[in-house]
Unconditional design. Structure first.
Length: 83
């Protein structure tokens, strides 16, 4: 799922369309890094050897970075974000 940088830093909800025609809303409160994955227990693919049981859903995120920032925005970010 593509996530804007501001949401990756502050938290967001993502709607995931499921194979059974449901839409699963996943709440992400962690800071999403480039290697971050969210695991939703029991919402993945059905298990072949265990009828009625589902595996885990693994969601990976693609953080969308801004292509440019003006000097004022850069200064504000430097003041707000820890080094």
């Amino acid at each position: 799922a593509k996530v804007p940088l501001v949401d990756a830093l502050t938290g967001f909800k993502v709607d995931v369309p499921m194979l059974d025609n449901r839409v699963l809303r996943v709440n992400v409160q962690d800071v999403v890094k480039p290697t971050y994955t969210k695991i939703v227990r029991g919402e993945g693919m059905p298990r072949a050897k265990e009828p009625g049981q589902k595996g885990d859903l693994v969601i990976t995120f693609d953080v969308v970075w801004p292509t440019r920032l003006d000097d004022n925005t850069k200064a504000q970010l430097k003041a707000l974000l820890p080094r």
